[in-house]
Structure formats: structure tokens, C-alpha cells
Write a protein that binds this ligand. Structure first.
Ligand code: ZN
Ligand code: ZN
Length: 831
């Protein structure tokens, strides 16, 4: 610590305690429900609520919250009524796994974690409204999580169906694709398997196009929008039908298959109908329903073995592009509808049922993956696109993905490939062999979890009535206390062991029925929490509609990019679905979203295994919350992140000590008016800090504050009140405690944050290109003058002689010599 500066009486811990107590006593950051109703300039400043881990607040949380709080404080100082709530995302597998590890029931563990988080959150000086908090595990909250499920069920957006899902054998639960990283469970790192289970899904795919369209107008970080765009993955193309070549399938099974109502054909979705003439074989997903039908007897054993092996793999590793291609021939053939030729049908695990139709037409001449497959298994490769029509038979060394004209494509030869797409689809459509179609990569949201620590899905199964939603008046369905909450291998929720809980009468017919024993995904809890904050005082409805209309959608949301395709996409979907159900007057939840960057430590990613995780408490203890906040923001551009180094705190600490040294002894401040160079510097600083805070360039705003303070203190001069006083509000968003203390010492009875206190700048003064010219007489500094940049020696000399401080030392003596350094210095040699 800067021990030397410590002599000047700045006691961060004392000041921070004092102001946190005052804010709390005065309710500086709290809104009553009346305040919420009457606010004139409502501004909803949201940050991603934390999961209250047992380890306590992570520096990443603090980085996110501080940056968001600076934005909120700044808006408030400009006159907005800023609502800045916080809550706890406390259900879910993280909490449950930890509870299992330490052998404490989550119902005991979570309240402890929340209490610890609350203490930490109060310490960091973020202006949370503790009157409006949410805890997703509170029955008063999850009642409405369940209510939302019921609304979606009624709108047909929630359905239960059997599906291949990712299964973590260690966590013993289903994972969304987004929760599988490189084939392993995101939480525990165990390789993920595939299981066929009956699951609840939200049909987010119904909203794919709207989710995509609205990206055009919501004001979000570009990278986040791009991530959603890619995730939704719209592609234009066609379903093309390939008739199954019957004569190849000559066994009894084939006779049985004849009774199927569907025509004997396999449909593929392709975004490249222009390459249809080059489709030389077909590949089905091992799970494709037509596999049995096309497989010949002599191939059956091998096909079955391959299917079993594929079933044991997870979906994510199957998608890996760099994986060595494997596959087996089924013995069956189908007809390429463009060429009329029979092509062999294979199965391979790189084709997935979940995308398109679970079948692909393989075009090895123009698709790298198909080329690799064809090369490995000796399948024919045909070129159908050439850079020029002149060389249609040039051999292919690798798949050709470039532009060109069609060759070996019948009547379409010579047509430019992209231009041929529409005419080839038309041609096939006219023969009932294709249908133009748009496809999305987005799949439905698997919402059920076979775990304990979540809100029970509010559905009751009755033999007579089927799946019946729990009547709204019976919500919440309380999560029962289950001493044994351990998940097991069966894939059945631990709640299925609590018979007294799941046996209930059917709400429709009164007969014997049983509750759904799965709980919902944590991402459902967090998909709507921001809707609840203004309405936490409302018990009989999801929302207070007047408060919702006034405060929502969220004006500014700041959070991590890692949530781009999970939380941020799910909450958009839930908002749209509730809008369509007439619950919300808007369909996009967050007017602005800005992602913040990531912190690293001494050049390396922070992780528990490296032992380099920054624990905020110890730093705050040593340096104070103001210093820690400011240092976090000084590390780099907020939206890009930075490298945390312990020694870096010194610089920020020194700045705060100097600020204290300059402004705290208010009686010693000079009373001279603000003029000249310092005035220009002040206006330029206000302007820079204002603009930088607005664009979240906090690091450069802080640098400007430091620079300005250096100018004020230059040469150990006594600072004037007019130079120092406006600096205090400029520092306030970053270091609110010291700013409040100095503001009070400067004689202001009210908080910097309770009335508009942000200083204005004069644009003319802020942009004037003025420099400070040091004036010496016989080599000693006697004055400083603000002069326009580029002032000539003659002009400078005239001005210097007229300066009264200078005149005192020249005393009428003639100037014998002038030393002039343009824009820097003038030395008058007299005598
Ligand atoms: Zn796991
Ligand atoms: Zn019934």
C-alpha cells in the first residue's frame, strides 16, 4: 500500500463504512412502490444476477457489477430515476452438486450462501435496491416460474416427447447442447453420453424467425447479436426426395415395409440444390427411421453394431469436424432425382437426426466432409461446378467450394451455380421431387431435469385425462423436503421417491393421478427474473401491469458474453411468448445490451486449479472498495476485459490519496476563479469523462481524471476550489464513497446521487486548442499562461511581459534575450 500517502488521513475503510451506513439509513438507493409509480425519468439498469456459490462473490461478478453500477450512477447523476436491483439465481445443478459434495441439504446451504453474498454485495458499494430482490428458490418466486410453464403449455409451446439427449453420467442429468463443451459436461468435465429419454421441450423453434428478425433493431453488442444469429442458423434450401430403389431390397422386411403409408423415399434438406447432379451417395443418421428398411440382410449385423456404437456417443463429439469419418454401407440404394442414377445409402455418425431430416445427399466434389468420406470408402466423386465451363472433367484433388458454372448437370450446364439454385428447385418441384424450404439450426429447448433442486414442473398425469396442468390457484407446487436428493443412474428424478408428494387427485376428473417428478431447467428461472423486480410487491399476479409498463423493457443490461445463446436467447423467447399470451406489452426484454470483457490474472485465465482466482474480499479489505472498483475499471476497455495484477492497484490507490490530499483540507483551497489553461483542461476533462462513461470506456475516463489531477497539482501549487470541486462528481461513479465524503466536506448537505450533480462542460472551452506556456525570468518559473497552440515567439513575448507576475520580476528592465520553445516555454533573460 502507499504508506507514505497513508499519512494524509485518508481512511478508506472508515469512509466506506460511514457512507454505506448513511445510504442505508437514508434509503438513498431504495425505491418504495410509490417511488416506482411516481418516478419521472425511469431508467432500468440491470445486471445479471449471480448464482450464490459457497465460495462467495467472484471477482468476475464484481467486475460485471461495478461496470454496470458506474453506468447506473452516472445516469442517476444526470437526473434519471435509476432502478438497480439484484437477486439470486439459486436453483440448479451447481448448488445441488455442491450440497452433495459437502453433505448439506440445499435447503440449508442456499440461505447461508445468500446471506454471505448479500454481505459481500453490500460491501462493494453498488447502489442496489434491497427493497426489490428476487430469490429463484423462494416459493413466492417459483410460483410464477411454474405459472409461466402453464401458460406455455396452454399455448402449445410446451410438449413432452422422446428425444435423444446428452446425458452426463457423473451429474446424472440431461444437458442442453449448449452445456456440452468439446464432448464433455460443462460442469464436471465428464464425457457426455447420449440417451433416449422422454423430456419436456419448449418450442423455441417456432420463434426462430422472429428471434432472428428482431436482431436487426435491438441495440446490442454486435458480437452478441452475431452469436445469436449463428446459433439460430437460418439457411435457405430445399427438401429433395430420393426414391428408394426397391429392387435392391429383396427380403421379407421389405414386404412388411410396403404397407407404410409414406412413399418409399428419403428426404434430405440441402442448402445447395445446385449441386444435386453431384450427389453420388446418401448418408443417413444411424437413428434414421428408414435404416431398417433399406438395410439388406447381408449388411444387417454390421449396421446394427455401428448403430449401437453411435448411440453411446454424445451429440457434440459427433459434430466435431476434425473427427475421423466412420460409417457403414446399408446395402440399399436410392435414386438421385436429377440424374436418375442409383446411389448407395450409408449410415454415419456425423449425420444427426436433429438437423434437417437426418439424411444428407453427399456431394463429395464440393463438400469437404463428403470428399473425405468418399475418399476413405472409395465412393465416386463427380465435379458439377467448374471455374469455367471449358474444363468440366478437371480432376478434383479436394472438394471445390468456390464459385463457378455448372458442369455434368444436364440441361443446367453452363449456368452460374448460385443462379441455378432456384431453377433446379423449380424443375424438381414440377416433378414433385422437391419443396423449397427454410431451415434453422436452432432446436427446441429441453426444459426438464431429472434432478431435485429446481421448481417442480406443474403437470399432473392422469390415466383418463393425460397431462393436466396444475390449476393456477394451486400454484406453487412446493418442492418437498427430500432428505435423499441424490440423483441416480435410472434417469428418474429423486422426487419420484417421495410418494406422499407425487400421488395427487387429478385436477380434471378427481381420479388417482401423479405429479410430474422432473424439475425445470435453471435457465427458465433466469429467463424472466428481470420482469419480476419492479413487481416484487405484487403477490397475486406475475406482474403489476402499471409498473411493468413504466419500467420495462430494461433500458440497459450488462453481462457476460457466455450467456449469448443461453440466458439471453431464452429470455427473449419467454418475453415473446408472454407477449403473445397477452401478458406483456413488448416482445423484446432488453432495449440495450452490452457485453463486458473477461478478466485474466497475470496473463493467465483464472481458475481454481491454477490457484489464481482473485478473491475480492481480501483486496477490498486492504485497498478499500473504491480503489478496487476503480482498479477493475482501469485494467482495460470494459467491453474487452483486462489483466489483473496486484501491483496495478498502487497507481489507482495513489490517485485516490492525492485526490484526498488535494480536496479534503477544504479550508486550504484557494478561492481564485477558474481561468485560462486550467479552465480549458477542466472542460475538456468533463467532456472526455462524460463521453467515455457513456460509451463504457471507463479506463480512458479514469486516465483523464488522473491527468487532470496532475495538472491541478503541478509543481506543488495550492489548488483552487473551482478547479477541484467539479472533479469530485466526475470521480463519483467509480469511487462513490470518497466522492460523497469530499462532497460533504465541500459543504454540500445532500448526496451526490440524490439530485442531478453531473457537471456540464462548455463545448467551446472543451475543444479550444490551448496549451500551457511556462514563463521563466532568468531561468526561474514565474508564471504560466494559457495561449492558443502555435503562438509565435513575438506574441508570447508580448503576453509574458504584460503578465503581472512576470512584471514583478522584470521590473521594467529590458529583455536582453528570449529562449522560446513553441507551446512549452518562454524564458526572458533580463538585467
Ligand atoms: Zn457433469
Ligand atoms: Zn383425470
Amino acid at each position: 500500500m502507499d504508506r507514505e500517502a497513508g499519512q494524509n488521513g485518508y481512511d478508506a475503510a472508515e469512509i466506506e463504512r460511514k457512507w454505506q451506513t448513511i445510504w442505508e439509513e437514508r434509503g438513498t438507493n431504495l425505491f418504495s412502490d410509490d417511488d416506482l409509480r411516481t418516478a419521472e425519468r425511469p431508467y432500468y439498469n440491470l445486471m445479471m444476477f449471480p448464482y450464490p456459490s459457497a465460495e462467495g462473490l467472484h471477482v468476475g461478478n464484481m467486475y460485471a457489477f461495478t461496470g454496470a453500477d458506474i453506468h447506473g450512477r452516472w445516469r442517476r447523476m444526470r437526473g434519471d430515476d435509476v432502478f438497480e436491483p439484484i437477486g439470486f439465481d439459486a436453483f440448479g445443478i451447481h448448488s445441488e452438486n455442491f450440497a452433495l459434495k459437502v453433505g448439506v441439504h440445499p435447503m440449508e446451504l442456499i440461505p447461508r450462501n445468500i446471506a454471505n453474498f448479500t454481505r459481500q454485495l453490500r460491501r462493494i458499494g453498488v447502489m442496489y435496491d434491497w427493497n426489490h430482490t428476487v430469490d429463484t428458490t423462494d416459493p413466492g418466486y417459483y410460483r410464477w416460474t411454474q405459472w409461466i410453464f402453464v401458460q406455455l403449455f396452454r399455448s402449445g409451446l410446451a410438449e413432452k416427447r422422446e428425444a435423444p439427449v446428452n446425458w452426463c453420467p457423473s451429474c446424472k442429468t440431461v444437458l442442453a447442447n449448449e452445456q456440452v463443451i468439446a464432448g464433455a459436461c460443462e460442469r464436471c468435465g465428464t464425457p457426455v453420453e447420449q440417451r433416449l429419454l422422454s423430456q419436456w421441450f419448449f418450442r423455441i423453434t417456432e420463434y426462430a424467425q422472429r428471434l432472428l428478425d428482431n436482431l436487426a433493431w435491438i441495440d446490442w453488442s454486435d458480437t452478441t447479436k452475431r452469436a445469436q444469429d449463428n446459433w439460430i442458423g437460418r439457411s435457405e434450401g430445399a427438401d429433395i426426395h430420393f426414391p428408394i430403389a426397391r429392387r435392391r431390397v429383396a427380403d421379407d422386411r421389405h414386404e412388411a415395409a410396403e404397407v407404410h403409408e409414406e412413399p418409399h423415399r428419403i428426404t434430405v434438406f440441402t442448402t445447395r440444390p445446385d449441386t444435386i447432379f453431384g450427389a453420388t451417395f446418401m448418408v443417413l443418421a444411424p437413428e434414421h427411421p428408414r435404416v431398417d428398411e433399406v438395410t439388406t440382410d447381408d449388411r444387417r449385423a454390421e449396421v446394427e453394431a455401428y448403430r449401437s456404437a453411435a448411440a453411446a456417443m454424445d451429440l457434440v463429439s459427433r459434430k466435431k469436424a476434425d473427427k475421423q469419418k466412420s460409417g457403414v454401407f446399408t446395402g440399399g440404394y436410392c435414386v438421385n432425382p436429377a440424374t436418375g442414377r442409383e446411389i448407395p445409402i450409408w449410415i454415419a455418425d456425423y449425420v444427426l437426426m436433429e438437423y434437417g431430416t437426418g439424411a444428407i445427399m453427399a456431394v463429395p466434389g464440393h463438400d469437404e466432409r463428403d470428399f473425405e468420406f468418399a475418399t476413405r470408402f472409395g465412393l465416386p466423386i463427380t465435379r458439377v461446378i467448374a471455374e469455367s465451363a471449358a474444363a468440366p472433367d478437371a480432376p478434383l484433388e479436394q472438394a471445390y467450394a468456390g464459385p463457378g458454372v455448372l458442369v455434368n448437370s444436364g440441361e443446367f450446364d453452363g449456368t452460374e451455380a448460385t443462379a441455378a439454385v432456384a431453377s433446379i428447385v423449380d424443375w424438381l418441384e414440377s416433378r414433385n421431387l422437391a419443396v423449397a424450404r427454410t431451415n434453422y439450426r436452432l432446436h427446441d429447448w429441453c426444459i426438464s431435469r431429472q434432478r431435485y433442486w429446481g421448481p417442480p414442473i406443474p403437470i399432473i398425469y392422469c390415466d383418463a385425462c393425460g397431462a393436466v396442468p396444475v390449476p393456477e390457484s394451486d400454484l406453487p407446487v412446493l418442492l418437498p423436503y427430500a432428505p435423499d436428493f441424490r440423483p441416480d443412474e435410472s434417469g428418474i428424478s429423486p422426487l419420484a421417491r417421495v410418494e406422499s408428494w407425487y400421488r395427487v387427485p387429478c385436477p380434471a376428473c378427481g381420479g388417482d393421478a401423479r405429479r410430474e417428478t422432473d424439475v425445470s431447467d435453471t435457465f427458465l428461472d433466469s429467463a424472466w427474473y428481470f420482469l419480476r423486480y419492479p413487481s416484487t410487491g405484487t403477490n397475486d399476479a406475475l406482474l403489476d401491469s402499471a409498473l411493468t409498463a413504466k419500467w420495462l423493457p430494461v433500458d440497459m443490461y450488462i453481462g457476460g458474453e457466455e450467456h449469448a445463446v443461453l440466458h439471453l436467447l431464452y429470455s427473449r423467447f419467454i418475453t415473446m411468448a408472454l407477449h403473445d399470451a397477452g401478458v406483456l406489452p413488448f416482445e423484446e426484454p432488453y432495449t440495450r445490451f452490452r457485453k463486458h470483457g473477461l478478466l485474466i490474472k497475470d496473463g493467465a485465465k483464472m481458475s481454481k486449479s491454477r490457484g489464481n482466482v482473485v478473491i475480492p474480499d481480501a483486496y477490498i479489505e486492504e485497498w478499500g472498495a473504491d480503489c478496487f472498483r476503480m482498479y477493475l475499471m482501469f485494467l482495460g476497455p470494459y467491453q474487452e476485459g483486462g489483466d489483473f495484477r496486484d501491483e496495478g492497484l498502487q497507481g489507482v490507490s495513489r490517485f485516490l490519496y492525492r485526490l484526498w490530499e488535494t480536496a479534503a483540507p477544504v479550508d486550504r483551497l484557494g478561492s481564485a476563479a477558474l481561468t485560462g489553461y486550467l479552465e480549458q483542461r477542466l472542460h475538456a476533462t468533463i467532456r472526455k469523462v462524460t463521453e467515455d462513461i457513456e460509451s463504457l470506456h471507463y479506463n480512458t475516463a479514469i486516465a483523464a481524471l488522473m491527468e487532470y489531477l496532475n495538472v491541478v497539482r503541478e509543481g506543488g501549487r495550492v489548488a483552487n476550489r473551482a478547479e477541484v470541486e467539479p472533479l469530485v462528481p466526475l470521480v463519483a461513479p467509480f469511487a462513490p464513497h470518497i466522492a460523497e465524503e469530499l462532497w460533504q466536506r465541500l459543504g454540500h448537505p445532500t448526496s451526490l446521487f440524490s439530485s442531478p450533480s453531473w457537471p456540464a462542460f462548455d463545448p467551446e472551452k472543451a475543444t479550444a486548442d490551448v496549451v500551457e506556456l511556462v514563463v521563466q525570468v532568468n531561468g526561474r518559473v514565474r508564471s504560466r499562461m494559457a495561449v492558443p497552440r502555435g503562438t509565435s515567439e513575438d506574441q508570447a513575448r508580448t503576453a509574458a511581459i504584460a503578465d503581472e507576475n512576470v512584471a514583478r520580476y522584470t521590473d521594467g528592465a529590458s529583455v536582453r534575450k528570449v529562449v522560446f520553445v513553441p507551446d512549452r516555454l518562454i524564458n526572458l533573460v533580463v538585467g
